[in-house]
Design a protein around this ligand. Structure first.
Ligand SMILES: Cc1ncc(COP(=O)(O)O)c(C=O)c1O
Length: 374
């Protein structure tokens, strides 16, 4: 049985008719850039996250960048984040002219280790960006407490955590701003590029609305130097349709993760994901850790099972961030887990049969490796 890493087609088939109606409505109204369908989605997504406002933008990268700009982050400033994330988290900081300052991650949750934040704070530190990696929220209480004491902003990178919860609070609702990507493969994915910021701060909402639209609140009256980071109407309409299904899709991911955990928990040499007791993990990525992951990934690919790696190289070791001068050994936990991660197929439409197949082939791959070693 072939098991893809992701099956966007299966999900599309299940909502095809609703999507067709939504797109037709946008075409009928020719509401292509911003407009009523984006505004409607913003209202619904703010309510979903438990915030007062939401600003639809062009991508998750835009969401992070616009939030940092709106909070006044600029040249000479430092922003604390983690090295085990998608590069966009750090790029947004760099694109404001500020410097990303990395801190190591927790070896169990793979999220920001809050104990490492205070030593990284300098007089230039302006904000902290915890990333809710793989769909599990970072330990927000200590992060918010440090930020409050040190007068720093907190921007949640919730790009992988739509609907995740920490002590009953939704991802994106705990910091000054929460940033989401709606890249097609995300738990809530558009049919193109899209993103959003959520916040309960009215000034921030107003500023992000202006920044995403060339600094104007009134057409052709530009009070700020902004950018074009608008969400398009078709994406807004599609996201409204898909948002209604998100809770059920997240539950399906959690069921799949539970089944994986039950079966993989018994397999020697496999470290399964751990969900903290105060968290609701939404398993955007189901990442295990193994030694010799390259062998496992290629063996599984030979058995028609596609895996991924999120992410193979921590940001401080990427060529793009060479100028920071951070060599190997700077963040031992981030480096170790990044060298062991394997993301297994995970999407709401996966069947128990598919999960069993992945686990069976994985066990068989690992034992063939042992035989080869002997
Ligand atoms: C953690 C994280 N941050 C930011 C982004 C950037 O989002 P986008 O691709 O929509 O710009 C992503 C998307 O992959 C992500 O996973």
């Amino acid at each position: 049985m072939k098991v893809p890493f992701l099956d966007l087609k299966a999900q599309y088939e299940s909502i095809k008719d609703e999507i067709a109606v939504a797109i037709q409505q946008v075409l009928d109204k020719t509401a292509f850039a911003g407009g009523p369908f984006v505004a409607q989605f913003e209202k619904e997504f703010a309510a979903f996250c438990g915030t007062k406002f939401c600003e639809g933008v062009g991508s998750g990268t835009d969401a992070l960048w616009m939030s940092l700009l709106a909070l006044g982050v600029g040249p000479g400033d430092e922003v604390i984040t983690v090295p085990d994330t998608f590069i966009a988290t750090a790029e947004a900081i760099s694109f404001c002219g500020a410097k990303p300052v990395f801190v190591d991650v927790d070896p169990v949750t793979y999220n920001m280790d809050s104990g490492k934040i205070e030593p990284a704070i300098t007089p230039h530190t302006k904000a902290i960006i915890p990333v809710h990696l793989f769909g599990q929220m970072a330990d927000m209480d200590p992060i918010l407490e440090i930020a409050r004491k040190q007068k720093l902003f907190v921007i949640e990178d919730a790009s992988q955590a739509h609907g995740a919860e920490y002590k009953g609070r939704k991802a994106g609702s705990m910091g000054d701003a929460g940033c989401f990507s709606f890249y097609p493969g995300k738990n809530l994915g558009a049919y193109g590029e899209a993103g959003a910021v959520v916040t309960s701060n009215a000034d921030l909402d107003k500023k992000i609305r202006m920044l995403r639209d060339h600094g104007q609140a009134k057409k052709y009256y530009h009070d700020l130097i902004g950018w074009n980071a608008r969400m398009d109407g078709i994406q807004g309409a599609i996201l409204s349709v898909k948002l209604k299904h998100l809770p059920a899709w997240n539950e399906a991911r959690r069921r799949n993760a539970k089944l994986y955990n039950e079966m993989l928990g018994k397999v020697d040499g496999v470290v399964i994901p751990q969900e903290s007791s105060h968290n609701k993990h939404v398993y955007h990525i189901y990442a295990i850790r193994v030694q010799n992951r390259d062998f496992l990934i290629s063996s599984l690919a030979g058995r028609d099972i596609n895996c991924g790696i999120h992410y193979p190289i921590p940001l401080h070791l990427q060529k793009a961030y060479k100028a920071l001068g951070l060599g190997k050994g700077s963040f031992p936990v981030a480096e170790k887990v990044a060298s062991e991660f394997v993301s297994l197929p995970m999407y709401p439409e996966m069947s128990p049969d598919q999960i069993e197949t992945v686990v069976r082939e994985l066990e068989s791959s690992l034992s063939s490796q042992l035989v080869r070693k002997v």
